[in-house]
Write a protein that binds this ligand. Structure first.
Ligand SMILES: O=c1ccn([C@@H]2O[C@H](COP(=O)(O)OP(=O)(O)O[C@H]3O[C@H](CO)[C@@H](O)[C@H](O)[C@H]3O)[C@@H](O)[C@H]2O)c(=O)[nH]1
Ligand SMILES: [Mn+2]
Length: 728
């Protein structure tokens, strides 16, 4: 038997333990990480606060200077009734599936029925879908208008979109004459709607209808949405005194246009369509004023054109105005506005504030432009408007000649080597062509006004699912941040041209995307630190607690007061806080990433069209104010993950404080983080419901639920291993 180590053989241990090498060193390392983790969390916190603070300062400019305007349309009528300027109204549509033709023509009809001399009105429909279905619907609208317009004028109806009117007035209560006509008109409308819907359903035009109008000859078998020649059809020629409605009244001009599309030519989305419209209309009616409408934005007040003209014709200040913009309002907002689409505070305070600096924003729709300023004219002090510009040059051209002449203007190659898209018309290359264009016009010296009348002038369709809302906000915030980082940055481009307050006002929106970073930080780091007992905010007993508490309470009180003063409910305010959070942590964040990647040349500008119809199921849930998640997009995964993370950290944080040796001290140190986590959890309640309780199709899919739980747990555990690793 051999001996090991000699000595007391029986007492010797059967194994031994050696201290790992570098153990001391690792302890030092781990504690530095712990301290540094804390340190970085503090630094991050400081940076986030700094960003919010700076952003808050930027947002103050608009709060300081709101103004409101009041036109006097009787005086206009008294002074200028015979000399009213022509007005061209542009309606844009892009896809007969996403934007149903019946919706589009309701908007067109509401514009045709404006209380304005019909021979001075021209309505142009731009169809980027290049669809004969839309063309057919417009033909139907033209014949229906011969009944609809005199009916509206006779009984002074409001609103004059037939869809909206019949939705609001489903029964007649007035006198007999009225109710008979009402029933007859309603029948005509329903029949027209059915004809259009069934044509849209089968997807092609019956032969007998095709033979009825020469316009259909434009659609041969080769025409597709992305590839076709220019189509311009004057459906009603308002110059023709023989074309009248059933009461013998004149009719406004009505034109259908589908600009040329070729796969090899960039079409620049809506901006491209508008520019083609500007040129085509200059050939046909050439009115000095232009009103822009999206296809869902119907006219809700028949006097709006007159009111707008008051601003432009005002003898003292009218000549300075480049454009007049109205807020975007929506027809389908529910009581508590779950997606925060009504933007009432923005409309009432913020936009009025930027308008106060003479630099109202151009928001793409519901805006009257002076043709000259939109086409690139630079303002000068001696400028005076020439109101008699209506196609005096064109009186001797026939309708067909006008069509042929204007087709050329809508060709792809027309803009080659011109200033269109740069200094003329709407500017290309940005998904918020409207904002950039407005800024460029102001920088050419023109003023712009914001007018928010009591009776809403235009009503559109707000999105009814979360996905669509987030995609829309992504497009906006991306385009806006892109504007900020290119030569159009208001501080540089607008320097010396628009007021500092206006430059700051622009930045309230242009900086949406970057504000996502401090927001993400705020909803992730303080709750995680709470879980690990790291205090980030001042203790209750510290003097520094007071400013924190004050800022928090004052800002929310002010924001509630603003919302209530706009007629929002308290619940709507609370909902707006949620959607604000969701937008900032998803849309804005992705917009930031995409803007950076585009600046690096990795991606190109796109334009995802906002859906305007949904299934009945979805619209029922919208009416009930249940948020529609219903998809496993990356955005809903983020929403769910952040909600889970906050739930975990709140529960973990409470447990930790309850188990602490000095509970009171722990509570004192962590109270603000606890409140923050609690508020985040409360605001996310509908998300938890969609994750665990709801069974309808709008709930969050289970795949997203699992992903979010795993991701949130990982986030909770990761720093735990990191900072506490030394204990084991
Ligand atoms: O290639 C295109 C894409 C869109 N459109 C039209 O542009 C309008 C606005 O599009 P929509 O999808 O409804 O976008 P929204 O998010 O509602 O639009 C807001 O934001 C846009 C800028 O992002 C502005 O252009 C719009 O006027 C403004 O209402 C609609 O009438 C479309 O038919 C086109 O004509 N051609
Ligand atoms: Mn829209």
């Amino acid at each position: 038997m051999g001996k090991e180590g000699g000595g007391d053989e029986d007492a010797a241990p059967l194994f031994e333990t050696k201290e790992g090498r570098f153990r001391g060193a690792y302890k030092v390392f781990a504690s530095t990480v712990f301290v540094a983790g804390r340190y970085w969390a503090w630094i991050g916190m400081f940076m986030a606060e700094l960003c919010f603070g700076l952003y808050w300062i930027v947002t103050q400019s608009v709060r300081l200077n709101p103004v409101s305007h009041h036109p006097f349309k009787q005086r206009l009528s008294y002074r200028y009734e015979d000399k009213l300027p022509g007005v061209d109204i542009f309606v844009c549509t892009a896809d007969p599936k996403i934007e149903p033709p019946t919706l589009v023509i309701s908007t067109v009809l509401s514009a045709m029925a404006y209380n304005y001399p019909p021979e001075k009105l021209s309505i142009y429909l731009s169809d980027d879908g290049g669809s004969q279905l839309t063309f057919y619907a417009l033909l139907e609208a033209a014949s229906f208008s011969k009944h609809w317009i005199p009916f509206c004028k006779k009984f002074m109806l409001e609103p004059r979109s037939p869809a909206a009117y019949f939705a609001r007035h489903s029964t007649v209560t007035h006198d007999i004459a009225y109710s008979q006509e009402w029933l007859a008109i309603k029948k005509l409308y329903e029949e027209m709607k059915n004809r259009i819907d069934s044509v849209v359903e089968i997807g092609k035009i019956p032969k007998e209808v095709r033979d009825h109008h020469k316009g259909f000859l434009e659609w041969n078998s080769k025409v597709t949405k992305q590839d076709h020649q220019s189509i311009v059809q004057i459906i009603i020629d308002g110059r023709d005194k023989a074309v009248v409605d059933i009461d013998g009244g004149r009719l406004p001009t009505l034109v259908y246009m589908a600009r040329e599309k070729r796969p090899q030519w960039p079409h620049h989305f809506k901006a491209g369509a508008e520019n083609a419209l500007i040129r085509v209309s200059s050939e046909i009616s050439n009115a000095p004023l232009i009103l822009n409408l999206d296809c869902d934005m119907y006219a809700n007040d028949s006097d709006t054109v007159r009111e707008a003209v008051c601003f432009f014709m005002d003898e003292r200040k009218g000549h300075e105005i480049g454009f007049l913009s109205f807020p975007q309002n929506f027809d389908n907002i529910t009581k508590n506005d779950i997606y925060g689409c009504s933007c009432s505070v923005v409309n009432k305070f913020e936009l009025a504030g930027v308008g106060g600096y003479g630099a109202a924003l151009y928001c793409g729709t519901a805006c009257f432009h002076r043709r000259e300023s939109l086409c690139g004219k630079v303002y000068s002090k001696d400028y005076r408007a020439e109101w008699e510009t209506e196609a005096t040059k064109n009186t001797d051209k026939t309708s067909n000649e006008l069509e042929e002449a204007s087709k050329v203007l809508a060709n792809c190659s027309y803009e080659k080597d011109t200033q269109w898209g740069k200094k003329m018309g709407l500017i290309y290359g940005c998904s918020v062509e409207d904002i950039v264009t407005g800024l460029a016009i102001q920088c050419r010296g023109w003023k712009s006004l914001y007018y928010n009348p009591d009776r809403k002038a235009f009503l559109g369709i707000a999105p009814t699912t979360l996905d669509v809302v987030l995609v829309q906000f992504k497009r906006w915030s991306e385009g806006m941040f892109q504007t900020f980082v290119t030569k159009y940055c208001p501080f540089i481009y607008g320097h010396g041209k628009i007021k500092l307050g206006a430059q700051m006002g622009y930045c309230v929106y242009l900086l949406w995307a970057p504000v996502s970073l401090p927001t993400l930080y705020y909803v992730i780091v303080p709750p995680l630190c709470l879980l690990h007992g790291i205090s980030l905010f001042p203790e209750v007993t510290s003097l520094w607690f007071l400013p924190f508490a004050y800022v928090f309470l004052a800002r929310n009180a002010c924001s509630i007061a603003e919302a209530l003063s706009c007629g929002d409910t308290l619940e709507a305010w609370w909902n707006s806080q949620r959607i604000w959070l969701i937008r900032r942590t998803t849309s804005y964040f992705f917009a930031l990433i995409d803007t950076i990647s585009r600046q690096l040349g990795l991606s190109e500008t796109t334009f995802v069209i906002t859906a305007k119809v949904v299934t009945e199921d979805v619209s029922r849930r919208y009416e009930q104010e249940d948020i529609e998640f219903g998809s496993s997009s990356i955005m809903s995964t983020i929403v769910a993950t952040l909600a889970m993370l906050n739930l975990f950290t709140l529960l973990g944080g409470i447990t930790m404080i309850a188990m602490a040796i000095d509970r009171l001290k722990a509570l004192e140190q962590l109270i603000l983080q606890l409140i923050l986590a609690l508020l985040l959890v409360m605001v996310n309640i509908p998300v938890y419901q969609a994750l665990f309780i709801r069974h309808d199709k709008g709930r969050i899919p289970s795949s997203v639920m699992f992903k979010s739980i795993v991701l949130a747990s990982l986030a909770c555990l990761m720093p735990f291993i990191f900072t506490h690793g030394c204990i084991f």
